[in-house]
Design a protein around this ligand. Structure first.
Ligand code: ARG
Length: 461
């Protein structure tokens, strides 16, 4: 059998062209969406009197058969069929004869591929959102157990102020909530059906785009056919949403790597999610977070690559657009496995509270608290308080201890306006709990954030 479009050609296509032109090797991933789309299209053609009921039934049964052949591995993929759309249609026609040739009435591969690809993106949007929620739930549960676990909060990777580990986990949970919402809003915006747009300008056949839209779970048909067959914004949004989410995952991964080093020792990754070295028997490496950090780069690349493919294209469909798929599949698969494995890594990691709390005794984390104390309790102007605190830090350094370990007498030797109760204000736990403004780190405020996100999850489940 020659090519479906071979009518106007007198020479056969070269095999080199087949290899270069075909998308079948990768777009076969779209088979289930292609079949669903064709079934909906055939049913609509039947309802509109364009196909007979008999033809519609024969097409539906034939497509079921094609699906089971693909799923059982019996389907013969041949790149001379070019893409999944033509491979399925050709096999359908082999199976059911002439009715198969009528399926493409009022349709083009341009709206067909726009439909299949959009169904793929929408479907995986739902999967990714579920996985994000699982990860948020895991972060919340770690946070809940660690809302009193002291941790040095950092800026510039230098000890800054004491926080608690739960609060740190909740920072990532908050990022992932925004990620979830980005996927959700893209889903809503793009839940419109491309089928029936035909090649670029619609069709003279009396089709019903509302019927196919409804059948396929879309809210409505798209507005303008010329736009629809050349629009890949829905994929670009997916790529951007994934890239941003992976950037968050990568930052968390970076912290997991740092925290699991001997220098920090804040967490111990489970053996099940660590790897060894082929030469150094003692090594236990954080390969999973390293790979998460590394894979983030390719999701950025996939976004830039599709933006670049699209930027110079005149309306409407251009074959350049066939380049939309591999990067998108790659980002989607990367996102799904990354969310799944990160969830396991967080679930199984050990939190070394003592190491975290010990680290809080380095770096005079309660220095800001001493300055605040001097202002509030001793009526000392802030600039002066800042200077006195600097002197106290110097004294602690000289005594080789932390500021929080100085006695009231030590501090009174610097400034006699300081009262005996000063040491209460300098403990690390006091300092953490003192930051009880909205969104702050205090255990009570961390608990509020946990409750808020828990009820948010309940509201969308
Ligand atoms: N394989 C093509 C793609 O992925 C399908 C659309 C082809 N349309 C066309 N007019 N050549 O973009």
């Amino acid at each position: 059998m020659g090519k479906m479009w071979s009518g106007r050609f007198s020479e056969n296509a070269s095999t080199l062209l087949d290899e270069f032109n075909a998308s079948l090797n990768f777009d076969k991933k779209l088979y289930q969406y292609d079949i669903l789309g064709s079934m909906a299209h055939a049913k609509m053609l039947g309802c509109q009197g364009i196909l007979t009921d008999e033809e519609v039934n024969s097409i539906i049964n034939g497509l079921e058969k094609v699906r089971s052949e693909i799923e059982s591995g019996d389907f013969e993929f041949n790149i001379s069929d070019e893409d999944i759309h033509m491979a399925i249609e050709k096999r359908l026609t082999e199976l059911i004869g002439d009715a198969g040739k009528k399926l493409h009435t009022a349709r083009s591969r341009n709206d067909q591929v726009a439909l299949d690809f959009r169904l793929y993106v929408q479907d995986h949007n739902k999967t990714i959102r579920k996985l994000i929620l699982n990860l948020i739930e895991t972060l919340i549960s770690v946070a809940d157990k660690n809302k009193e676990t002291l941790l040095p909060g950092m800026t510039h990777l230098q000890h800054a102020q004491p926080i608690n580990f739960g609060y740190h986990m909740m920072a990532y949970a908050s990022m992932l909530k925004r990620d979830y919402e980005r996927f959700e809003s893209s889903y809503k915006r793009n839940n419109l059906s491309p089928i029936g747009c035909a090649a670029l300008a619609g069709t003279p056949h009396p089709i019903d785009r509302n019927a196919t839209a409804k059948e396929l779970g879309f809210d409505a048909p798209t507005l303008n056919c010329l736009d629809t067959v050349s629009d890949r914004d829905f994929a670009l949004e997916m790529l951007f949403n994934i890239a941003t989410m992976m950037m968050h995952i990568s930052r968390l991964s970076e912290e997991l790597i740092i925290w699991s080093s001997s220098e920090f020792g804040f967490i111990t990754l489970s053996d099940a999610y660590s790897t060894g070295s082929s030469i150094m028997p003692q090594k236990k490496n954080p390969d999973v977070p390293e790979l998460l950090r590394g894979k983030t780069g390719r999701t950025f690349g996939n976004l830039i690559s599709l933006l670049t493919v699209m930027k110079g294209l005149p309306l409407a469909y251009n074959k350049d657009m066939q380049e939309d798929k591999e990067g998108t599949f790659d980002s989607v698969e990367t996102a799904e496995i990354s969310l799944t494995i990160l969830n396991e890594v967080i679930k199984t990691m050990q939190v070394n509270k003592d190491k975290m709390e010990k680290a809080c005794m380095v770096g005079h984390l309660s220095a800001t608290d001493l300055a605040d104390y001097l202002v509030e309790k001793c009526s000392i102007p802030f600039r002066e308080a800042h200077f006195i605190t600097g002197r106290a830090v110097a004294l602690a350094e000289q005594k080789k201890c932390d500021l929080s370990e100085l006695s009231a007498q030590d501090l009174q030797s610097i400034d006699e306006r300081i009262n005996d109760d000063v040491t209460d204000y300098l403990s690390i736990r006091y300092s953490m709990n003192a930051r009880n403004s909205q969104g702050g780190t205090a255990t009570s405020k961390t608990a509020e954030q946990i409750e808020y996100l828990k009820s948010w999850i309940q509201s969308i489940k």
